[in-house]
Design a protein around this ligand. Sequence first.
Ligand SMILES: Nc1ncnc2c1ncn2[C@@H]1O[C@H](COP(=O)(O)OP(=O)(O)O)[C@@H](O)[C@H]1O
Ligand SMILES: [Mg+2]
Length: 351
Amino acid sequence: MRVALLANLKKNAPTWPGISPDLWDDLDSEKTTDAIANALRSAGHEVIYLEGNPDLVEHLREVKPDICFNISEGHFGDSRESQVPSILEMLRIPYTGSKVLTLALSLDKPMTKRVLAYHSLPTPPFQVFERIKEELDPDMRFPLFVKPSREGTGMGVTAESIVNDEAQLRSQLRIMFERYDQPVLVERFIEGREVTVGVVGNLTSPVAWRLPEDDEAPRVQKGLHFFPPLEVDMSRYPEEEKGVYTSKIKVEMADVFHYLCPAPLSEETVEELNWLTAATFRVTGCQDVARVDFRLDRNDNDKPYILEINPLPGLNPGYSDLCIEARAGGWSYEKLVNRILDEAIERYELE
Ligand SMILES: Nc1ncnc2c1ncn2[C@@H]1O[C@H](COP(=O)(O)OP(=O)(O)O)[C@@H](O)[C@H]1O
Ligand SMILES: [Mg+2]
């Protein structure tokens, strides 16, 4: 097939004097797009790279792809990850991965948490601050964790994100508002292990965007393939990061990663994490691929909490969590990438 690979490369991102140095941290490198293109070519596809920018409409009309492999993160706006899919839907071009609503939702962590909470899925209790001076809800007990509502790749996440009292909370809120100009998410701090679960596939119908009401009902997750969970081995990072998967670790130390994959977890825990991943995938309307980030509460029997779902998980062949997980599950990078494409091809009934 003729596949257009759509992404936003860091090197093509707009820039201006005084730009925040971490603004484009979640964009992709050519190493990633080259690897994806080569993987798709190895399966016999013709691949054309297109930047997910305002010229895309014109370029798509010239290239006329059968399908797009979309990993565009977008540049501007609260729903930037959903902009390229919106264009593709207007032009009626098939594409891989989740659709407009899911990509807009998952970029907004509080909105995603509201959906999870509605379905009684475990996510840390939270409060959203729109101003520094809002009163802290009496149910919110220190220590708390402070982060931007709509960023990724650890942006705004440092050891100081853990706050132990009012003064630290207000100081961190101030920093977040100044730097990110968006509502700030304050959550209960979950002390414990850091685990992420990758999944490819699609739930086999009939399946609704809701969960069985009865806890005893069978857990429907047919059609999804779970990779072995990856644990970030926090004990091997500098102590000053305080066990948090910070921006510094994710970006500056990206190639000195310490992880355990498969994570040393009991079979029951893995089963529980897979179910929570399937449930999150389902209620947020994901398609083809996703990765769910968890923390296991050390102070409550390692109870898992869902931090977020990433419907556009990193695909850097060297260090992205999903690629490491696939490898641990016995999948080559080529197999992973082509499975994502094939899931979409099947959904659109292109073959
Ligand atoms: N409520 C929390 N309790 C403890 N640690 C947290 C909490 N929220 C986030 N973190 C830490 O911050 C990291 C990044 O947070 P996450 O919500 O996954 O954002 P990102 O989009 O940057 O990955 C997590 O991997 C974890 O180490
Ligand atoms: Mg995360």
